[in-house]
Design a binder for this molecule. Structure first.
Ligand code: URA
Length: 435
C-alpha cells in the first residue's frame, strides 16, 4: 500500500477500506508515514468526509494503536462519562462520587485542562496530596474496595489520536465530525468501561457552537460506541454561558462539594441529574429515569454522595476533611469586583472569554507545559437573564497578581452583554440521544 494512493482515493471521494485505514494509522503511529502526507489526508477528509464504516474503522484503529485498559478485574458494569469540554464544567467531580455512592463502579481516566476549558485532573489536585498517577493494580483495587478511582489518562492510551490531534490542531482540520467523533471515542473505548454517557456541549463556549452540529456529533459517537459493544447515551447540554457560578480549579471544587451537599446551582444540578440518570440506567442500577433521579437525590440528601467523595480523596492520598470543609482549599487572596456598565438585563455572555479570563489569571494552560495556579478563578454573581443596575457586581476575580487581575477584568467586562428586554430562557438540557 502507498499513502499517496490513499490520499488520491480520498481526494476523489471514494471510501477507504478497513485495511487501508488500519494500515494508515499504524504507519502514522510508527512514524512511517510523514506529517505532510497525513496532513493532506486530513484535509481530504475535511472536504470529502467519511462514511459511517470509515469513521468506525478509524476509531478502532486509533483505539488499537496503544494500550486498552483491562477492567475485567473490577466487578459490575463500569460506567464512564465524558464531556466535550466547557467553562465551569465540574460535573465529573460531582457525578463520579454520586453514582459510585449508589453502587455503580466508576473507573475513570480524566485529562488536564487546555485553553479556555478546565480538566478534572487539575481540579482533583486542589486536594493537597491527591495522587492522579495510579498503577493499574492501585486503580483496580480502589474501584473494587470503595467503588471509585479517577486517574490521569496515560500517554499509552490511543497514541495515534494524540499524534493526529496535534497535527489537526496546526492544519485547521480539527472541526470535522468524523475526526472529532473517532478521536473522542477511540480514547473512551481504550478506557475499557462498559457504559459511557457523553455530555456534548453546545453554544459559544463549546466546540460545537451550533446545536445541530452537537446533535450530529452525539449521534455519531453513540453509534460508534454501540457498534463497539458499549452501552451508550449522550446528553446535549448548554454551554452558551458557564456551567454553575464558579470558574477556576479550587473554586470549582468548592462548588462541586456544595453540590454534593445539596446546595448546587440549578443549571449545574440539571446537568448532573440528567447525566447521572443515564449512568444509573445503563449500568442497571435503575429501571427508569424517575427511579434514577430519586436515587441520585437521596444519595445527596443522606450524605452518601459527599461521604464517597471523602473516601475517594483519602484513597488517593488526600485528607478526607477537605471534602467536608471546602473553605480549607487554597483560594487566591486578592478579590476584584467586575461591575455592570449599564442598567438592564444580561442578554448573553461570551463564555469562551470567561474561560480565557481564568487562563489569564493563571488558572488555565496556554500550552501543555504551562504551570497553573489552582487558587485563582472567577465567581459569577450574574449570568444571562439576570436583571442588573449600573454598578452592580457581575463577578469577582480571585487573583495573586494585580496585572493579571486587571487584564482579566477587562476581558470579563467585555464578556457581558446587555439588553433592555429580558432575554428568552435557554434550556440547560437540549436533548438526549440513546441507542
Ligand atoms: N476532544 C477530543 O478528544 N478530540 C477532538 O477531536 C475534539 C475534542
Amino acid at each position: 500500500m502507498r499513502m499517496y494512493d490513499l490520499i488520491e482515493k480520498k481526494k476523489e471521494g471514494f471510501p477507504l477500506s478497513t485495511q487501508e485505514i488500519r494500515w494508515m494509522i499504524d504507519g502514522y503511529t510508527r512514524e512511517l508515514i510523514p506529517d505532510y502526507q497525513m496532513s493532506a489526508m486530513l484535509m481530504a477528509i475535511c472536504f470529502c468526509g467519511m462514511n459511517e464504516q470509515e469513521t468506525y474503522d478509524l476509531t478502532l484503529a486509533m483505539r488499537d494503536s496503544g494500550k486498552i485498559m483491562d477492567l475485567s478485574g473490577i466487578r459490575g458494569i463500569k460506567a464512564d462519562k465524558h464531556s466535550t469540554g466547557g467553562v465551569g464544567d465540574k460535573t465529573t467531580l460531582i457525578l463520579a462520587p454520586l453514582v459510585a455512592s449508589l453502587g455503580v463502579p466508576v473507573a475513570k481516566m480524566s485529562g488536564r485542562g487546555l485553553g479556555h476549558t478546565g480538566g478534572t485532573i487539575d481540579k482533583l489536585e486542589c486536594f493537597p496530596g491527591f495522587q492522579t498517577a495510579l498503577t493499574m493494580e492501585e486503580f483496580t483495587e480502589n474501584v473494587n474496595t470503595i467503588g471509585i478511582a479517577i486517574a490521569g489518562q496515560t500517554a499509552e492510551l490511543a497514541p495515534a489520536d494524540k499524534k493526529l490531534y496535534a497535527l489537526r490542531d496546526v492544519t485547521a482540520t480539527v472541526s470535522q465530525l468524523s475526526l472529532i467523533a473517532s478521536s473522542i471515542m477511540s480514547k473512551k473505548l481504550a478506557c475499557g468501561s462498559d457504559a459511557v454517557v457523553l455530555d456534548v456541549k453546545t453554544g459559544n463556549g463549546a466546540f460545537m457552537k451550533k446545536e445541530e452540529d452537537a446533535v450530529a456529533l452525539a449521534k455519531e459517537m453513540v453509534r460508534i460506541g454501540t457498534m463497539a459493544g458499549k452501552k451508550m447515551a449522550a446528553v446535549v447540554t448548554d454551554m452558551s454561558q458557564p456551567l454553575g457560578n464558579m470558574v477556576g480549579n479550587s473554586l470549582e471544587v468548592m462548588e462541586a462539594i456544595e453540590a454534593l451537599k445539596g446546595n448546587g446551582p440549578k443549571d449545574l444540578m440539571e446537568d448532573v441529574y440528567t447525566l447521572g440518570q443515564y449512568m444509573l440506567l445503563l449500568s442497571g442500577c435503575a429501571e427508569d429515569t424517575d427511579e434514577a433521579k430519586d436515587k441520585l437525590k437521596n444519595a445527596i440528601d443522606t450524605g452518601k454522595a459527599i461521604d464517597k467523595l471523602a473516601e475517594l480523596v483519602e484513597a488517593q492520598g488526600g485528607s478526607r476533611e477537605f471534602a467536608y470543609e471546602p473553605a480549607r482549599l487554597a483560594v487566591a487572596e486578592k478579590k476584584i469586583a467586575v461591575t455592570a456598565k449599564e442598567d438592564g438585563y444580561i442578554s448573553r455572555m461570551d463564555t469562551a472569554e470567561i474561560g480565557t479570563a481564568c487562563m489569564v489569571l493563571g488558572g488555565g494552560r496556554e500550552t501543555k507545559q504551562s504551570v497553573i495556579d489552582l487558587s485563582v478563578g472567577i465567581e459569577l454573581k450574574k449570568k444571562t437573564g439576570s436583571s442588573v443596575r449600573r454598578g452592580d457586581t457581575l463577578a469577582y476575580l480571585y487573583t495573586n497578581d494585580d496585572k493579571k487581575g486587571a487584564d482579566a477584568k477587562r476581558i470579563v467586562e467585555c464578556a457581558y452583554h446587555y439588553s433592555t428586554d429580558m432575554p428568552s430562557k435557554t434550556d440547560t438540557i437540549r436533548g438526549v440521544i440513546t441507542e
